[in-house]
Design a protein. Structure first.
Length: 558
């Protein structure tokens, strides 16, 4: 419910704060006092079209702020969560400032938002109905939702199950469509991956292979140099006449004869002994290398070819053998997945047909339930219309079939016939203001119990009616107020008398400026105001008695 409305520099309103209560509240006052301006202000805080014309003369901007209690409104909580707006202990504060430049500042719980965001949250918190503005009920796209909200819980449970299946169907259909539409690209991609797979696979790459081949090629290309060096080294180490091993051995023998005389000689002897045995080992190795050394021109060709293959693969698939192998593993996985998917397309198409048949059955079941609910709704609406003295009116829920949608296969529109002999026609085509007001109230009486709207605002919906019809309208508005908070601008004394709270709106001149003031009326003040509404300018004792009677009857009945 709306708890408080603050309006500053808006039209003829300088600074006004109105606290609101639960139940039914009426706003009364003379024409031009500013009653509808207050409703306009409420419309702006829920995203209505703003204009610099709203700004009070002499001011640079106007400001409207509404404070709402929404702790039990799950739709508002979900909206705030989805839009990243911090909740505030069940409170919702909406502020809007309009500048003469046309700039708008909008905030929800202190967080800057756009007017689009205000329009999106608006339907969850305020439902404003003017004499010719029954937006939700007059919009055909809302009729199916209203019927489903009115229905028993089992229909809504079935609808949720259907919607889950429908989303799966849409996702699968999109997948199959994409696969079929991209068949040419798919085939080209498969051909390319297959070629690459075979090319890399045939190379049989191994980690570390390239380094080993480069080393082997270096040896093969330097064969003659290696051969010459080994021969010379062997000759120096193992020459028949004079060689390093024999000479180092002789030197070692000489030093061994004097090593016991001095420690320095012993250390030198040890160095020669180490050199002698190292030279012997080196001689053996050189000799062994000479025996094994063999020039293989064919092997060099093989190594060169192998390295060339690796170079070509590196140019295409990676800078290293490891990267090529990693790429090979990736395309292997993709090939496997895509090969499976090609075989699955036909299976998916079969699955799609099965799912479509299941959805048709679920949609048929929903439609059958809706037809039953529609019969009950028609009876209840016509009962409400009869209580508003429209006994001849006929209300009909018109069904037409559509392709499968997220809500089934039903298209629903409310039809009416208000007089005997008239054909049924869409609700939106009804043009009589008095009839439309009563139809709206009948529908609102039924649907308000199943909607979670915070506040319902009626702006002179009782215009053009009087007598017993006026009393019936008053009863209906009060009945709606038992389900939701109701704010109502009215000129009818019957409506004012039945309200739980009454505010009087008056216009006064102060410092040569027109201002609007709002005050809550006491019991005696209500008598005077309702008497004025009954008689006009001249309030008599008789009209006061009549006003007292209206208030007394209202209390007695409620």
């Amino acid at each position: 419910m709306i708890q408080e409305l603050t309006v500053q520099d808006f039209a003829i309103i300088s600074n006004l704060t109105i606290p609101f209560k639960e139940g039914m509240t009426v706003l009364t006052g003379e024409t031009g006092a500013g009653k509808s301006i207050i409703i306009d202000a409420m419309g702006l805080i829920v995203g209505g079209r703003g204009s610099a014309d709203y700004i009070r003369d002499g001011a640079e901007k106007c400001r409207i702020e509404g404070s709402f209690f929404v702790s039990d409104n799950q739709q508002v909580s979900l909206f705030l969560e989805n839009n990243g707006i911090e909740p505030s202990d069940g409170q919702l504060v909406i502020q809007r400032e309009i500048y003469r430049s046309g700039r708008n500042n909008c905030r929800i719980n202190g967080q800057l938002v756009t007017t689009k965001t205000l329009r999106e949250i608006g339907p969850y918190i305020v439902d404003i109905h003017g004499q010719n503005e029954h937006q939700e009920l007059m919009q055909v796209q809302n009729h199916l939702h209203l019927l489903d909200q009115y229905a028993p819980e089992d229909l809504r449970v079935n609808l949720i199950s259907y919607q889950e299946k429908f989303r799966q169907y849409v996702s699968l259909k999109e997948q199959v469509t994409n696969m079929l539409n991209n068949e040419k690209e798919f085939v080209q991609r498969m051909d390319m991956l297959t070629f690459q797979y075979k090319e890399i696979e045939s190379a049989q790459l191994m980690v570390g292979e390239e380094e080993s081949l480069i080393e082997e090629r270096r040896k093969l290309m330097n064969f003659q140099k290696i051969m010459d060096s080994l021969k010379k080294a062997h000759q120096y180490l193992d020459n028949d006449e004079l060689n390093a091993v024999t000479l180092s051995g002789s030197a070692m023998s000489e030093m061994e004869q004097i090593e016991s005389i001095d420690d320095e000689y012993a250390e030198t002897t040890e160095l020669l002994r180490t050199a002698y045995y190292s030279l012997q080992e080196a001689t053996g190795r050189v000799s062994n290398s000479l025996e094994q050394l063999e020039m293989d021109d064919e092997r060099l060709i093989v190594v060169e070819n192998r390295l060339d293959i690796i170079r070509q693969l590196k140019r295409k698939y990676g800078e290293t053998v490891e990267e090529i192998i990693s790429y090979f593993n990736d395309i292997s996985e993709e090939l496997s997945t895509k090969l499976n998917s090609t075989t699955d397309v036909s299976k998916l198409q079969e699955e799609l047909i099965i799912m479509k048949n299941e959805l048709d059955c679920l949609a048929d079941s929903l439609s059958q339930q809706r037809h039953e609910v529609a019969k009950q709704l028609e009876k209840n609406i016509m009962k409400q219309l009869a209580s508003l003295y429209m006994e001849q009116a006929v209300f009909k829920v018109n069904f037409s079939a559509t392709d499968l949608t997220i809500n089934g296969k039903d298209r629903i529109e409310f039809y009416m016939s208000t007089n005997v002999g008239e054909s049924l026609k869409p609700l939106a085509k009804i043009v009589s203001g008095g009839e439309l007001s009563r139809i709206m109230l009948a529908l609102k009486t039924i649907f308000s119990a199943t909607q979670s709207i915070t506040s319902i605002v009626f702006d002179e919906v009782d215009t053009g009616v009087s007598g017993r019809v006026a009393q019936a309208i008053a009863e209906k508005i009060h009945q709606i107020g038992e389900q939701s908070q109701v704010l109502c601008i009215t000129h009818l004394p019957q409506v004012a008398a039945i309200a739980d709270t009454q505010y009087f709106i008056r216009k006064l001149v102060k410092d040569n400026r027109t201002q609007t003031k709002v005050s809550e009326l006491s019991e005696d003040e209500r008598i005077d105001e309702i008497a004025r509404m009954l008689s006009g300018a001249d309030v008599t004792d008789l009209t006061r008695e009549h006003a007292k009677e209206l208030l007394s009857l209202a209390k007695k009945d409620h």
